[in-house]
Design a protein around this ligand. Structure first.
Ligand code: EZ4
Ligand code: CO
Length: 402
């Protein structure tokens, strides 16, 4: 089954998405997500200039070999751009395999370990009361796992809080917006927010929070300890991901579960964290972490150490990635939770999806392969818009982690 054509489709139905379409001489085609928020064109160029010419003519059935061809075959390996390109190729090949065999992806990954996938909602507020209300709203919608974020009093801009009444989308048109952040007031504020959430709604639901890389190791250790009375499902990205040693300090002081790695892109980002049992959940998504082929290896390593999967699922990952994640979540034994941020309507004008949300869980139908379709004519109605993620500075102007 030879790959006869490969093309990259860039569209912006509400936000930018990069999609890879591979066609075979058997008439079966596959789709893969290649979206890297704010760096979309770098992946497009890497695919078009460096990968796709070498892909034409290869046997689409040999997914493992093709993966290693693009991973080992690139002397300059790893990194988000390269790995996102490999992920897209890998997803499209698994989509082809499923379609060729007439079976959904989860069957190729070992079959269903569960019938539905627990997802967590985003509850966000411009102030403490709003955030608490947003948790109540998510509970009313049936969510059993909820991430809460809110603005911090006295801090100009906080991660995860939308402007006006729009849905939260961190990337903004043009060059990066510069935001102002300070960690100390946040450290004082977060326990108050969590206390109010738990005292209002009790403990019979999973509560999550994303620190978004904004603590030093000792601040993170202090925060994780302060979170213990609130029984978090996880504290996400407490320190910047590249400082792996930072996780040791958190573990010394607290048993609050830790999730990390939405910015990671290979198993080597995780080997120390998993084998030293410094984390509880893997966040690296299929779209940035080398695709299904590589995530299977990460999930297997994680399983040995009783670490669970908790895929990143923000709206800047396309519906193709979300569907692939649900197949994976259904299949692996060590599944924890899946992030769920519904896409805005125009995205569903372009992508026809095979999953649905119902009372706290997502299910996926049994269409072969990944099962999401793209309407290429509709995609043309939504041309690419250059956009960037914000950057953050401290109040004195020092560049900081966003
Ligand atoms: O900021 O995907 O847990 N979710 C997150 C996301 C990330 C965005 C960056 O593009 O941290 O909202
Ligand atoms: Co995050």
């Amino acid at each position: 089954m030879k790959i006869v054509s490969a093309k990259v489709i860039v569209c912006s139905p509400g936000r930018n998405f990069v999609t890879l379409k591979l066609e075979t001489d058997a008439g079966v085609y596959g789709l893969g997500d290649a979206t890297l928020n704010g760096r979309e064109k770098a992946v497009v160029a890497y695919l078009e200039e460096h990968c796709l010419p070498a892909l034409i003519g290869r046997d689409a059935r040999n997914i493992e070999d093709i993966w290693h061809y693009f991973y080992r075959g690139a002397y300059w390996r790893r990194g988000p751009v390269t790995m996102t390109a490999i992920s897209a190729i890998d997803m499209a090949l698994w989509d082809i395999k499923g379609k060729a065999l007439g079976t959904p992806l989860y069957n190729l990954l070992g079959g269903k370990s569960r019938e539905r996938v627990m997802v967590y909602a985003h509850a966000t507020g411009k102030e403490l009361g709003d955030a608490v209300d947003a948790v109540g709203k998510a509970r009313d919608e049936g969510f059993v796992a909820i991430r809460v974020q809110s603005s911090v009093p006295g801090v100009a801009s906080s991660y995860g809080v939308p402007k006006g009444d729009r849905a939260y989308e961190p990337a903004q048109k043009g060059v990066a917006e510069e935001q102002v952040w300070e960690t100390a007031p946040y450290l004082r504020y977060l326990p108050k927010l969590m206390d109010r959430v738990r005292s209002t709604y009790g403990f019979d639901f999973h509560l999550l929070h994303d620190v978004h890389h904004r603590c030093t190791p000792s601040q993170a250790a202090r925060l994780a300890k302060a979170m213990e009375p609130f029984d978090l499902f996880w504290l996400e990205d407490p320190v910047a991901g590249e400082l792996q040693e930072g996780l040791r300090m958190i573990r010394k002081h607290s048993t609050t579960p830790i999730a990390i790695g939405e910015v990671f892109n290979s198993i080597y980002d995780y080997t120390t964290l998993i084998t030293e049992q410094l984390i509880d959940y893997v966040r690296m998504p299929i779209v940035h972490g080398g695709g299904i082929t590589h995530l299977q290896k990460v999930a297997a390593l994680a399983a040995v150490y009783h670490v669970q999967m908790g895929f990143h699922g923000a709206t800047d990952l396309s519906p193709i990635n979300f569907a692939a994640s649900l197949h994976f979540d259904l299949a692996v034994n060590n599944f924890g939770v899946q992030e769920y941020m519904p896409h805005v309507d125009p995205a569903f004008d372009v992508f026809k999806v095979n999953y649905k949300f119902e009372r706290g869980y997502c299910t996926i139908d049994d269409k072969p392969g990944i099962g999401v379709e793209i309407d290429e004519e509709k995609a043309k109605k939504y041309p690419y818009v250059a956009a960037s993620l914000p950057v953050a500075r401290r109040t004195d102007g020092t560049m900081f982690h966003w």
